[in-house]
Ligand binder design. Structure first.
Ligand SMILES: CC(C)(COP(=O)(O)OP(=O)(O)OC[C@H]1O[C@@H](n2cnc3c(N)ncnc32)[C@H](O)[C@@H]1OP(=O)(O)O)[C@@H](O)C(=O)NCCC(=O)NCCS
Length: 182
């Protein structure tokens, strides 16, 4: 199922997105700060589309005006989440390619996924997080109504084999009054 906003369509990833994905995900300013290594080749990106981005509720973020993939956003339910969450909860993760930063696109996509999670999937609580120092992502979460919950200090982040400190935020279904506000 696709999700549409003013400027975006969130749709499932396709094998044919590999080229665009590689162009965006090879940039070292995108993956590492979100916890994954930069993509090494178009083939690497295709493999990631098939193994990681094919999970349920993982969407390519497409900018309608250019009909181009500009990022990714996903809702991870219990089994797929890195966090220890309950059955009626989900975790949101996202990234946007550098040419498209600071246009409000991550916020627009996240707000749409929040609505989908609460209204369509009937979840009751959403979690999100950002590594220490990722103030851009912190800001996206603030703008979407997420509230600071706790910090996981000095955890071993397997994908990068690094020690990281992660701040976790939370949004409850009955606290979404400010979703349409920017
Ligand atoms: C974080 C990220 C998704 C933001 O995408 P985006 O589409 O540019 O986000 P938005 O435009 O919706 O909002 C960004 C906000 O951060 C603010 N911001 C930008 N740079 C900032 C900085 N260095 N410090 C603090 N805030 C900053 C912007 O001003 C904006 O807030 P505002 O609307 O109040 O001005 C994007 O930078 C990205 O993909 N980064 C790499 C991967 C990543 O961090 N993913 C999230 C993992 S938790």
């Amino acid at each position: 199922m696709d999700i549409e906003t003013n400027r975006l369509v969130l749709r499932g990833w396709l094998d044919s997105d590999a080229k665009d994905l590689y162009r965006l995900a090879k940039d070292p300013r995108v993956g590492p700060i979100a916890g994954w290594p930069p993509h090494k080749s178009e083939e690497d990106s295709l493999n990631i589309i098939r193994t990681v981005l094919s999970k349920p509720y993982t969407f390519a973020v497409v900018l309608k005006e250019e009909n181009k993939v500009v990022g990714s956003i996903g809702l991870m339910l219990q089994v797929d989440s890195n966090l220890d969450i309950l059955e009626d909860e989900g975790e949101i993760g996202y990234w946007i390619g550098t040419p498209y930063w600071k246009k409000g696109l991550a916020t627009e996509a996240t707000k749409a996924l929040i609505q989908f999670a609460f209204q369509t999937l009937k979840l009751n609580k959403l979690w999100c997080g950002y590594f220490d120092g990722n103030n851009k992502s912190k800001r996206v979460q603030e703008k979407c109504g997420f509230i600071y919950h706790h910090t996981n200090k000095d955890i071993h982040w397997k994908l990068l084999d690094e020690i990281r400190t992660e701040h976790i935020t939370c949004l409850e279904k009955n606290n979404t009054f400010n979703l349409s506000r920017d």
